[in-house]
Design a protein around this ligand. Structure first.
Ligand SMILES: *Cc1c(COP(=O)(O)O)cnc(C)c1O
Length: 394
């Protein structure tokens, strides 16, 4: 079946919730993808920071196959070993003592919001408000689109749940004024992803941590896009020199199998008891087995140092393009999440790169967002960036 057939028949019956480029992929390997017409692409997008280990990573595929041969799913009224292993490794490799498993990023943030409210009710009673940043993105459920600091995701969905307040990102003064004795939690992305790859000043997260400590407020970090090695450390907070109280993960956690996780310190997690939250598929055995293998690969001693080395080469390449291209105003990012600021809308550049066989994305109108698989090779980096530069200069 051709790409065009798949596009036409899909658009006939799926709800039109996405603005898609007319290409259908059938196969992937590392940082390469092939469409239904046999055309090859270099991937600088990784299915939006999901395919951090590249496409169809063999070891994860084998872990999934081994699990599906035994058992697909176990209800949360019983126990299963993959769930146990995933919770163990997440707590071993992070600040957390406890994990709630679910199926997506929005659900992970929904769990964090519910946990913060329960914690607020249990600790003094009057804390319920969640403070979030303008320009943030936290998901598409009613609570998480309300948490999201962007008006466009809310259009037509009113009435929205109450108890959310917004502050400008990277502004400690505004944060200081917004946190009150009714605030339960501050929910922040360590780097704004959808908001245009905005890296806060080094003192922002340490300052936010200090304000939360002073006022007895939970700091919740949304690492759904920037966690799982994306910034060069397993979690972005490690580079900020702070520890959150709660953290959410999803996207790359199981290398492309749907999963989400809300991690917390023991005393915060204690606000949930039996019956206070749940999910039928949360901690599904196949998804958990894929996540365990993903974490095993990412925490091998050489993996992240090598990611940092190749990410530095990638960034140097972007900086060189910026210096030579009048249309580029700057480059910002950490590790393998990088944004190239243009002086014009980026959508036509994305379309021309796609035609030339390079996948990338544009966010906040004028920011080309680069999220390559963390396993992209030096040669693939050089090839892909050469094409991006040709498109920018044509
Ligand atoms: C993608 C994303 C989400 C939502 O995840 P879904 O799996 O699409 O629900 C939430 N927060 C951030 C920072 C994200 O990038």
């Amino acid at each position: 079946m051709s790409s065009q057939d798949i596009v036409t028949r899909t658009d006939r019956h799926l709800m039109a919730t996405y603005a898609r480029a007319p290409v259908a992929f059938v196969r992937g390997d590392g940082a390469r993808l092939w469409d239904a017409d046999g055309k090859e692409y270099l991937d600088l997008f990784a299915c939006l920071a999901v395919a951090n280990l590249g496409h169809a990573p063999r070891a994860v595929a084998e872990a999934i196959t081994a699990q599906t041969a035994k058992l697909f799913h176990v209800s949360n009224l019983h126990y299963c070993e993959p769930q146990m292993r995933l919770a163990e490794v997440l707590c071993e490799r992070s600040f957390a003592d406890r994990v709630f498993l679910c199926n997506s990023g929005a659900e992970a943030n929904e769990a964090a919001i519910k946990l913060a409210r329960r914690w607020g009710h249990a600790n003094g009673g009057q804390r319920f408000e969640i403070v979030t940043a303008l320009g943030s993105f936290h998901g598409r459920t009613l609570a998480t689109l309300t948490a999201t600091g962007q008006e466009k995701v809310r259009v037509g969905f009113q009435p929205l749940p109450g108890g959310f307040r917004y502050v400008p990102y990277d502004d400690l003064g505004a944060l200081d004024r917004a946190l009150t004795d009714t605030t339960a939690a501050l929910l922040l992305e360590p780097v704004l992803g959808e908001g245009g790859v905005v890296v806060p000043s080094p003192e922002y997260l340490t300052g936010a941590r200090a304000l939360c400590d002073e006022r007895g407020i939970l700091l919740v970090l949304d690492e759904i896009q920037v966690g799982m090695g994306r910034t060069g450390t397993l979690f972005a907070y490690e580079q900020a020199g702070i520890v959150p109280d709660v953290m959410t993960l999803a996207k790359a956690l199981a290398s492309g199998i749907p999963i989400g996780a809300c991690l917390a310190r023991a005393d915060v997690a204690a606000a949930f008891d039996a019956g206070s939250h749940g999910s039928t598929f949360g901690g599904n055995a196949v998804a958990a087995a894929a996540a365990v293998k993903t974490l095993e690969i990412m925490t091998a001693p050489d993996f992240l140092p090598d990611v940092r080395r190749r990410a530095a080469r990638f960034r140097a390449g972007l900086d060189r393009i910026a210096a030579r291209s009048p249309a580029v105003r700057g480059v910002r990012g950490v590790g393998f999440i990088q944004g190239m600021l243009l002086s014009e809308p980026g959508a036509p550049i994305v379309t021309r790169c796609l035609e030339r066989g390079v996948l990338l994305n544009c966010t906040a109108d004028t920011v080309l967002r680069f999220l390559p698989p963390l396993v992209i090779t030096e040669r693939e980096i050089d090839q892909a960036l050469a094409i991006v530069e040709e498109v920018l200069s044509s």
